[in-house]
Design a protein around this ligand. Structure first.
Ligand SMILES: [Zn+2]
Length: 530
């Protein structure tokens, strides 16, 4: 359900509770470091930290909307982000020859993110953003950060800037370790924010923490145990068969889609045929980290050892050939699925092959509307507004005819406009931000529906069950504040994922006999891309 990008929680709206959490965090720090200053002395630093955090968040928002750029790193660094000390950075992460002639060439994933990040390092002084901080509200267009004062690249970096930045970095580093820090102090200070956002009444039970940290540290081992003890192998076979049927359907669609020219068409079909499927668990289990010296009573130190081991393994990959079938950190126990543009691969963890998405006892309509639509969704990511830019091997370049690109964009714009017309609690959904997911939802629904129907007599009841199952996949409730943060998510709010996608679907309006122009049948206004 996710494309490989930073998004979601990082881009969430900031609240006063977060400020309170930062203040309390700061107090905790001073307490732990024996430097007992007063709460009031901590507050200005916390305010600055919050300001900076807002600016960092707005960078991430820009990144969500940005495009991938393939440029040699050194070239980019000089041009776009000169204020970041890249040399120190690459020495710090022990890849000193990155961007240097003959060294490994790295891919710059998002130009805008680094540009904005560089401006913070040039001038992190929160005075510039005070009007934003005081209102506590996100900028008018939540996706674009506009500084209230022009930022200049030649401003001298003064002591106050350095202090604010240090404070911010201290806070974010500590906050990232909150679940593994000893004692209850640090975790407790975050609770008010989670209560406000998610209605959490108390800190999660200890077993959940133990499970989460074991999964984080040894996800591969945990996946193997899960597969061995709980996963029916037949589910893998069924899911693979569903995937192959959906791919056949997608191929038929590519063969006939009227807006694609005859030079692009065979290349697009080739990309689909080259797509790698990894279902349930890795076809080849990776080598694990060799972690030594773990002790029963030093949780935090154990965690750091695992982190270090993982980092050195990741670092090695910089110089190794790409393994198209290698899974990301996500293992078989994740209830999720993802498509990777860079390897043209589809990864379906075992844990998603269960209720409510799939069950061997369910009627086929229910499995096709649930899991089938998810599989089709992931496959369509290979051909959404971003995915289409990558070729069969995951290289990004323009391999489509320009007229076909224009036809694609026109149809994508229809979906963009449709979702931009929706609101959540009076706030607009950004159809531009959610475009790739909306394209994937509608393509996935259609391909799964047609694949399930192919060569079979399906009754109207079965067809209605198919669409009901799709809708139930996204059914859920959220607190208003948590839902608000969802407006920064690349997925449309759940309600609109269901209504938006189904009201464009010809199959749905036939099955439920919705009249053209009614809420659930947009009729001539319907958008169809794939
Ligand atoms: Zn998705």
């Amino acid at each position: 359900m996710d494309r490989e990008k930073a998004r979601g929680s990082h881009g969430k709206r900031l609240t006063r509770d977060e400020l309170q959490s930062i203040v309390s965090f700061c107090v905790c720090f001073q307490h732990q470091s024996q430097n007992r200053q007063l709460h009031t002395q901590c507050k200005p630093t916390a305010r600055h930290t919050l300001d900076l955090r807002k600016r960092f968040c707005s960078c991430v928002r820009a990144a969500v909307l940005g495009v991938f750029v393939l440029i040699p790193f050194g070239f980019f660094v000089l041009l776009q982000a000169p204020s970041i000390d890249w040399e120190s950075f690459f020495h710090g992460v022990e890849i000193p020859d990155a961007g240097v002639e003959g060294g490994p060439q790295l891919i710059m994933q998002d130009e805008d993110y680094f540009k904005q990040l560089a401006s913070i390092f040039t001038d992190p002084n929160p005075r510039l953003t005070s009007s934003l901080a005081d209102t506590g509200k996100p900028p008018a267009d939540p996706l674009v950060y506009k500084p209230t004062t022009e930022l200049t690249l030649d401003k001298e970096f003064d002591a106050e800037d350095a202090k604010a930045l240090r404070s911010y970095l201290r806070y974010t580093t500590a906050a990232s370790y909150v679940s593994v820090l000893p004692g209850d102090d640090f975790g407790a200070v975050m609770l008010p924010m989670f209560t406000d956002l998610y209605g959490l009444k108390e800190r999660p039970a200890r077993w959940k923490k133990c499970y989460g940290s074991t999964k984080g540290a040894m996800g591969g081992h945990l996946s193997q145990l899960y597969i061995k003890h709980f996963f029916p192998e037949a589910n893998k076979e069924t899911a693979t068969e569903m995937l192959n049927n959906i791919r056949d359907q997608f191929r038929s669609n590519l063969e006939t889609v009227p807006w694609m020219d005859e030079s692009t068409r065979p290349k697009a079909i080739h990309k689909l045929d080259e797509m790698v499927f990894e279902v349930a668990y890795p076809s080849e289990w990776p080598e694990w980290c060799e972690i030594t010296g773990l002790k029963e009573d030093t949780f935090f130190e154990n965690y750091r050892k695992v982190e270090k081991c993982r980092f050195s393994k990741e670092k090695k990959r910089v110089r190794e050939p790409v393994k198209r079938r290698a899974w990301t950190a996500a293992g078989s126990t994740d209830v999720n699925a993802y498509y990777s543009q860079k390897v043209n691969g589809l990864f379906i963890p075992a844990a998603v092959l269960q209720e409510p998405f799939f069950d061997a006892k369910y009627p086929s309509a229910r499995n096709a509307g649930g899991l089938g639509a998810v599989l089709g969704h992931e496959m369509t990511h290979g051909f959404d507004d971003e995915g289409r830019q990558y070729d069969a091997k995951g290289m990004r370049h323009e391999w489509w005819d320009s007229k076909t690109v224009k036809n694609f964009d026109d149809r994508a714009q229809c979906i963009n406009d449709q979702f931009s017309s929706y609101t959540l609690d009076g706030k607009p959904v950004s159809g531009k931000l959610t475009l790739g997911e909306d394209i994937a939802d509608s393509g996935g629904l259609k391909m799964s529906f047609l694949a399930w129907k192919k060569g079979k007599e399906r009754t109207p009841e079965e067809e209605r069950l198919f669409f009901l199952s799709f809708a139930q996949t996204w059914c859920g409730i959220e607190r208003t504040k948590a839902a608000d943060t969802g407006l920064f998510d690349a997925h449309a709010p759940r309600k609109w994922r269901v209504i938006g996608t189904l009201s464009d679907s010809e199959g749905f309006s036939k099955a439920y006999q919705c009249k053209p122009g009614s809420t659930m049948n947009r009729g001539p206004k319907s958008c169809t891309l794939w």
